[in-house]
Design a protein around this ligand. Structure first.
Ligand code: SF4
Ligand SMILES: [Zn+2]
Ligand SMILES: [Zn+2]
Length: 322
């Protein structure tokens, strides 16, 4: 099999695009695809300051790398869940990437703020670890983004993550979540940051291949709580369908985005009486959790800064594509 661009032996076959590419042309292909998504859906507008949610896994580290290679000076944000070795290793990978990219890395630590790790909080509140983790992560990332002066929070959710979540929402008709999985979600005043997913149309396999070819050093282990997650079953089912009928996943998501834009706007959230974060109840889930388990209201965040001189987020290089 030969590379469609240069004719050298191909490293990767992309059945969804009915093509095959060598390593260099695949890297260029994926970076171009991310740039097209950013432009087409206006994920990062000129002058906006981007912050990437970094877990230490392949998706977030690949995204952080690509954004900086494309000229978007993006800093990173890491959430420490307090899962002993896993969290420590993940943080070190994220910090090594901060050094490599010469970018700032913020760290919000659940054990530091709550005095307990996710498993303990889950036991006290009788909520599944992932549900609890989701509440804290969403809140902390948003709060760091707005208080540190960033305009848009970018996450490494890929095509497979989004397609499997969408399938789950349809299977169980979770209408309250169904129309909230957009590639970009605009912010709300000074309390809610804009959020965007530049890998929305890039598959997990493509992102993994990019990370491998670029020699990105990421944490291979999954979070221990991910084992048995229902989304893994949906991903497997979708992969089987994709195997028989290439491009099904991308068509599924593109069709969704088209329909999403014709949906009427949903009910607007109000503001949490304690912190101002958008909520549909009097107090947001995070403040309710603080009330229930106690925690350090100062919301301390560490900043790791590998350098003094570099571009500020939102500044552009002469070759910036934004
Ligand atoms: S799998 Fe781990 S990181 Fe993901 S939501 Fe669950 S606890 Fe959080
Ligand atoms: Zn080639
Ligand atoms: Zn609140």
């Amino acid at each position: 099999m030969k590379c469609r661009v240069c004719g050298k032996p191909a490293s990767l076959s992309l059945r969804a695009y009915n093509t095959a590419l060598c390593a260099d042309d695949f890297i260029a292909f994926l970076e171009k695809r991310v740039l097209q998504t950013i432009r087409r859906y206006k994920l990062i507008n000129t002058g906006e300051r981007p912050l990437v949610a970094v877990s230490g896994g392949k998706d977030s580290l690949a995204l952080w790398t690509i954004l900086n290679r494309l000229g978007f000076a993006a800093d990173g944000m890491y959430i420490d869940l307090g899962i002993a070795e896993y969290s420590q290793t993940s943080y070190l990978k994220a910090r090594a990437m901060a050094d490599e990219l010469n970018r700032r890395l913020f760290r919000f630590s659940i054990p530091k703020v709550f005095g307990k790790e996710v498993a303990e909080l889950s036991r006290i509140t009788r909520r599944p670890p992932c549900s609890l983790c989701g509440t804290v992560k969403r809140y902390a990332m948003n709060r760091v983004c707005v208080t540190e002066g960033y305009s848009v929070l970018l996450t490494g959710h890929n095509l497979d993550d989004e397609a499997s979540a969408l399938l789950g929402n349809i299977l169980y008709w979770k209408e309250e979540y169904l129309w909230k999985k957009d590639v970009v979600l605009e912010g709300q005043g000074s309390s809610l940051a804009k959020k965007a997913k530049p890998f929305f149309l890039c598959s997990e396999r493509e992102v993994a291949a990019y990370a491998l070819l670029k020699g990105i050093d990421y944490v291979y282990e999954e979070c221990p709580y991910a084992v048995g997650a229902r989304t893994l079953v949906y991903k497997n089912v979708l992969n089987q369908i994709e195997e028989m009928s290439p491009a099904t996943k991308i068509m599924f998501l593109k069709g969704y985005l088209k329909r999403l834009r014709s949906e009427p706007k949903r009910e607007q959230a109000t503001s949490c009486i304690a912190c101002g974060y958008p909520t549909y109840t009097e107090k947001c889930n995070f403040c309710s959790l603080m009330d229930r388990v106690g925690g350090d209201q100062r919301f301390a965040v560490d900043t790791y800064d590998p350098a003094e001189t570099r571009m500020e987020p939102g500044e552009t290089r002469p070759d910036n594509h934004a």
